[in-house]
Design a protein. Structure first.
Length: 150
């Protein structure tokens, strides 16, 4: 049987290398002007206008409970779609598109930090570091969980 490759857009978030399936990525944006939304959950930075569409901006550092980015850091974002709505995921930086054979995909190791465990489907091992594969649905599913707990 032929082994297929999976392609991922790589991003950095708090020094962790992550991958988002390339088919989930609609846009890669440099820093954008974001309008705050009153009473939004803490992870929602606000909204931005992308070619006439209103896009909800999610601060992934806040979403994952990571420390704020140091001042002067470049803000970039990746636009994904979830339940028919566009979301801009605020990240530290965007890397390359990497391709991996499906059979080198592994489940999350037990040593992976819990903040990554809850939003990851698994990992690929690279030289010297892990590529954590992010699950867009798990990343953006936080609002329903918060409202149910309230």
């Amino acid at each position: 049987m032929e082994n297929k490759n999976k392609d991922f857009v790589t991003i950095r978030l708090a020094n962790q290398l992550c991958g988002i399936p390339i088919l989930d990525v609609h846009d890669v944006l440099s820093e954008q002007s974001i309008t705050a939304v009153p009473l939004a959950p803490p992870a929602v930075s606000g909204v931005l206008n992308l070619r006439g569409r209103i896009v909800t901006a999610i601060n992934l550092r806040k979403r994952l409970g990571l420390p704020e980015q140091e001042a002067g850091g470049e803000n970039m974002s990746i636009v994904v779609e979830y339940q028919g709505e566009p979301y801009s995921l605020l990240i530290d930086s965007v890397g390359d598109v990497l391709s991996f054979p499906e059979d080198s995909f592994e489940n999350n190791p037990v040593t992976l930090d819990s903040c990554w465990q809850e939003v990851s489907n698994g990992i690929f091992r690279l030289k010297g570091e892990l590529l954590v594969i992010l699950d867009v649905e798990k990343l953006l599913n936080f609002e329903t969980g918060q409202s149910a707990a309230a």
